[in-house]
Design a protein around this ligand. Structure first.
Ligand SMILES: Cc1cc2nc3c(=O)[nH]c(=O)nc-3n(C[C@H](O)[C@H](O)[C@H](O)COP(=O)(O)O)c2cc1C
Length: 160
């Protein structure tokens, strides 16, 4: 299952996550869309693929709705090596801390041992411009054989 999480103040990152939800459902994937406001660290236990669309507010800060979860993540050392992730970061180059929260989330997930599927994608005010190519890159990953699922679906070996 793909977990799509978003952190948004005025809806831009949310709309990216919702469009990605439609895209991946149309591709036949099971998808769960979650506002970071409703996310807890224990939700990561069952996660495999995590895609995040997040904006930056204040001066390089997370949207208000993401503050609690991000603090929880920062203060934890929970290993997340079973998670593979990609971050779509929204921001505005007019700000010094361009896309800072997206970069911080990317770094924080990596600190927990989660594996990056794609480098964090930093988007300026035309935040939809890179969306299709991001989906294409992710589709290429989803369509590739997944080592974990191959192992799970392999029949038990027969000893001669
Ligand atoms: C008050 C304010 C502060 C912002 N601070 C930043 C910032 O520090 N860095 C940045 O890259 N973008 C910043 N932005 C731009 C937003 O991240 C950008 O408009 C984004 O598309 C908003 O997405 P959202 O609707 O999902 O929250 C700021 C925008 C506003 C209005």
């Amino acid at each position: 299952m793909i977990h799509l999480i978003y952190a948004s103040e005025t809806g831009n990152a949310q709309s990216i996550a919702e469009d990605a939800e439609v895209h991946f459902k149309n591709q036949g994937h099971r998808v769960r869309l979650i506002d970071m406001e409703d996310l807890q660290l224990k939700d990561f236990e069952t996660m495999d693929i995590l895609l995040a669309a997040v904006s930056t507010w204040g001066d390089g800060d997370p949207p208000c709705s993401a503050e609690d979860f991000f603090s929880e993540l920062q203060s934890s050392d929970e290993p997340l090596s079973h998670v593979r992730f990609a971050v779509y970061a929204l921001g505005d180059t007019a700000y010094d801390s361009f896309c800072q929260f997206g970069k911080d989330l990317d770094a924080e997930l990596a600190r927990h041992g989660a594996r990056q599927l794609l480098p964090v994608l930093e988007n300026d005010v035309d935040f939809e411009e890179n969306f299709d190519s991001w989906l294409e890159d992710l589709d290429a990953f989803m369509d590739a054989p997944q080592p974990d699922s191959v192992i799970e679906s392999r029949p038990p070996s027969v000893v001669a």
